[in-house]
Design a protein around this ligand. Structure first.
Ligand SMILES: *[C@@H]1O[C@H](CO)[C@@H](O)[C@H](O)[C@H]1NC(C)=O
Ligand SMILES: *[C@@H]1O[C@H](CO)[C@@H](O)[C@H](O)[C@H]1NC(C)=O
Ligand SMILES: *[C@@H]1O[C@H](CO)[C@@H](O)[C@H](O)[C@H]1NC(C)=O
Ligand SMILES: *[C@@H]1O[C@H](CO)[C@@H](O)[C@H](O)[C@H]1NC(C)=O
Ligand SMILES: *[C@@H]1O[C@H](CO)[C@@H](O)[C@H](O)[C@H]1NC(C)=O
Ligand SMILES: *[C@@H]1O[C@H](CO)[C@@H](O)[C@H](O)[C@H]1NC(C)=O
Ligand SMILES: *[C@@H]1O[C@H](CO)[C@@H](O)[C@H](O)[C@H]1NC(C)=O
Ligand SMILES: *[C@@H]1O[C@H](CO)[C@@H](O)[C@H](O)[C@H]1NC(C)=O
Ligand SMILES: *[C@@H]1O[C@H](CO)[C@@H](O)[C@H](O)[C@H]1NC(C)=O
Ligand SMILES: *[C@@H]1O[C@H](CO)[C@@H](O)[C@H](O)[C@H]1NC(C)=O
Ligand SMILES: *[C@@H]1O[C@H](CO)[C@@H](O)[C@H](O)[C@H]1NC(C)=O
Ligand SMILES: *[C@H]1O[C@H](CO)[C@@H](O)[C@H](O)[C@H]1NC(C)=O
Length: 511
């Protein structure tokens, strides 16, 4: 047992010197409009929302979507989008703010990374402070049913029911704004999050134990996100290794004081080396977001399943590239991060994580989040090179990945995109390859199965498996024969159509 669990996570009012404790402030109004759980009853797709510039597209998409719920085409992804927060959760559960006073404060710490600066190691602390209401099983079932379309919880297998209730409980938490958060940092011998991952091939530093308190307090959404310098503290095995004296990432455990819910393993990543930034849905696990009914069940009720033998490919990279830093970047909402982490750390090499922060909750923010997160990582490591991995069903990936190569010249070593249209006949939605036109075609590859990546010397910059026909047209692809552009000018409009965002960027607002 560690003995330093002393500093509780106190509301600032208690932590600050004050003549007498002041009551906890009422939750602030939210930055983004508070979410409501809308009626998810299927209704006809409103085709007026489809800004089509492709001849015949309206009819085609209408036939693909059929009578799928109108929110699929509404411009606001609804499954894991627009989740209730704070007051909305209390209201939904008929609770008053005071009802949670006795509930323990919990923290989600997102496994993060540090960069090497003039001041030494600079570690990013990211996560969320929340309280978990005690919700009865029958109430959880009711709430879960709101998320299930075309089925209900009583029609699921017991394990699926448990999973649906688990996710519902994770979503119905009450975020705690204005909290001070402190951490204890310790050298880590493995990836602690659930004890099963081994933190890939990062090394354990000799020292570095220290306590750090974040500046300021959590946002109204309960989030914290800041970089703070680590002291070069010695330990039994020596010091932290400087980021310009090694190529190997170092692992540190990050414990939130006052709770044992906030454990995470973060990585001190050297200034030079190779980082893989990998999406998760439909590339590391089977989600099938492009088939909304399936995607919903796969996200909400079914156990996460790896996509084919992708774990083998990543395991080989982890083994054979000693300084490879794995970073998992998904736009799935922060509330469900734990489920993604559990799956990843049991199945893929240990690494740091990025999910969608709570303040990114409206549609335009959802469109922007992947680029925002990617840019943050690239800015943190101006000398590292990156391998970007995802699949073609994400409109934001198709745009943001090639943009990174252009905006950060020389830093994108390879882009690997699974072509879900080519491998899954269920994916009827088009994807746009025009962003790749300006890139050297030796730096990206569209592939079909994990084995297409086998044998590539990614360190040496070999990104293309020459046995795969690429057929990239630098335009909208994946439509049936006969559909074509109405005119060059229209394509941008179509691209930015909210409809496309919903369907392709993620019916779940993730991926
Ligand atoms: C490593 O970084 C530190 C801090 O920026 C700097 O003082 C030192 O000169 C660097 N060492 C090398 C070998 O570049
Ligand atoms: C949650 O509520 C149930 C029923 O009211 C009660 O039996 C249980 O002890 C509560 N659990 C916690 C952790 O408070
Ligand atoms: C849901 O499941 C995940 C993964 O097994 C677990 O970490 C988490 O604590 C569970 N959450 C709830 C609210 O039960
Ligand atoms: C961290 O803080 C705790 C409690 O204040 C203390 O017991 C512990 O020694 C501190 N650890 C370090 C490394 O300073
Ligand atoms: C910490 O200090 C030790 C001893 O001065 C030095 O050898 C080591 O390079 C330093 N590490 C960092 C991360 O600054
Ligand atoms: C977090 O770490 C502490 C210290 O190692 C441990 O006692 C606790 O069980 C961990 N919490 C979880 C949820 O694993
Ligand atoms: C731990 O990492 C090694 C090397 O990367 C790998 O071979 C092994 O399968 C991993 N074990 C687990 C449990 O992830
Ligand atoms: C969300 O908060 C972060 C800081 O935590 C800020 O940089 C970002 O601009 C905010 N995004 C939105 C959409 O409010
Ligand atoms: C370290 O990361 C921060 C945050 O992204 C960034 O502002 C800073 O420029 C980076 N420093 C170096 C030396 O790369
Ligand atoms: C890459 O581009 C070159 C010329 O720009 C062309 O000759 C070659 O066929 C292209 N390779 C692929 C795989 O498309
Ligand atoms: C494993 O990864 C290394 C490094 O990228 C590569 O050279 C090698 O061909 C890979 N092996 C397999 C079987 O994919
Ligand atoms: C190229 O396009 C054809 C026809 O759409 C498709 O069958 C094939 O799988 C595509 N190749 C790749 C690598 O995606």
């Amino acid at each position: 047992m560690r003995s330093q669990v002393l500093l509780a996570i106190l509301p600032l009012a208690f932590a600050a010197p004050a003549p007498e404790p002041v009551a906890v402030a009422e939750p602030h109004p939210m930055v983004t409009p508070s979410a409501t759980l809308k009626d998810r009853t299927p209704s006809r797709v409103d085709r007026r929302d489809i800004l089509s510039s492709i001849a015949g597209l309206d009819g085609y998409l209408g036939s693909v979507l059929g009578s799928f719920p109108s929110y699929v085409a509404s411009g606001v992804p609804q499954f894991f989008q627009d989740l209730p927060q704070g007051d909305a959760v209390l209201k939904k559960l008929d609770l008053n703010p005071g009802d949670l006073d006795a509930a323990p404060t919990q923290v989600l710490t997102i496994p993060s990374y540090a960069n090497w600066t003039q001041q030494g190691w600079n570690l990013r602390f990211r996560g969320n402070v929340f309280k978990q209401p005690n919700i009865s099983e029958s109430k959880l079932n009711d709430l879960a049913n709101v998320f299930l379309v075309g089925t209900s919880i009583d029609k699921l297998q017991p394990a699926e029911q448990a999973q649906a209730r688990n996710l519902t409980a994770e979503i119905f938490v009450v975020q705690q704004g204005d909290r001070q958060v402190s951490f204890n940092i310790e050298p880590a011998s493995s990836q602690v999050t659930d004890g099963t991952g081994n933190g890939s091939n990062a090394i354990t530093p000799g020292g570095g134990s220290q306590n750090i308190t974040l500046m300021g307090t959590t946002t109204v959404e309960g989030d914290f996100d800041q970089f703070l310098p680590l002291q070069n503290v010695s330990g039994p095995g020596g010091y932290l290794v400087p980021g310009n004296a090694t190529l190997l990432p170092q692992r540190v455990n990050v414990y939130v004081t006052g709770t044992n819910t906030g454990n995470a393993t973060s990585y001190l990543v050297p200034e030079k080396g190779l980082t893989i930034i990998s999406d998760i849905d439909d590339i590391l696990r089977v989600t099938r977001i492009y088939q909304p009914a399936d995607g919903l069940l796969n996200s909400f009720a079914k156990a996460f399943t790896p996509w084919m033998n992708m774990p083998e490919i990543y395991a080989n990279w982890s083994r054979s590239i000693p300084d490879f830093h794995f970073h998992y970047l998904t736009t799935t909402p922060e509330q469900v991060t734990r489920n993604y982490m559990d799956f990843i750390y049991k199945t893929y090499p240990g690494g740091s994580f990025d999910t969608r922060p709570l303040n990114f909750s409206d549609v335009s923010a959802t469109l922007a989040i992947r680029k925002f997160l990617l840019t943050k990582v690239f800015q943190t490591y101006p000398q590292r090179k990156f391998i970007l991995v995802a699949d073609t069903s994400n409109a934001d990936v198709m745009k943001a990945y090639p943009e990174m190569a252009i905006e950060f010249p020389g830093q994108v070593q390879c882009i690997f995109l699974r072509n879900t249209s080519a491998t899954d006949s269920g994916d009827k939605f088009p994807y746009d390859t025009s962003g790749f036109k300006k890139l050297d075609n030796k730096t990206y590859m569209f592939f079909k199965v994990p084995d297409d990546l086998r044998g590539l010397d990614v360190v040496g910059g070999q990104c293309v498996n020459s046995s795969l026909v690429q057929n990239v047209t630098f335009s909208t692809q994946g439509l049936p024969f006969g559909l074509g552009k109405k005119g060059a000018a229209g394509r941008v409009e179509w691209w930015s159509a909210a409809f496309w965002l919903v369907v392709a960027a993620g019916v779940f607002g993730m991926l």
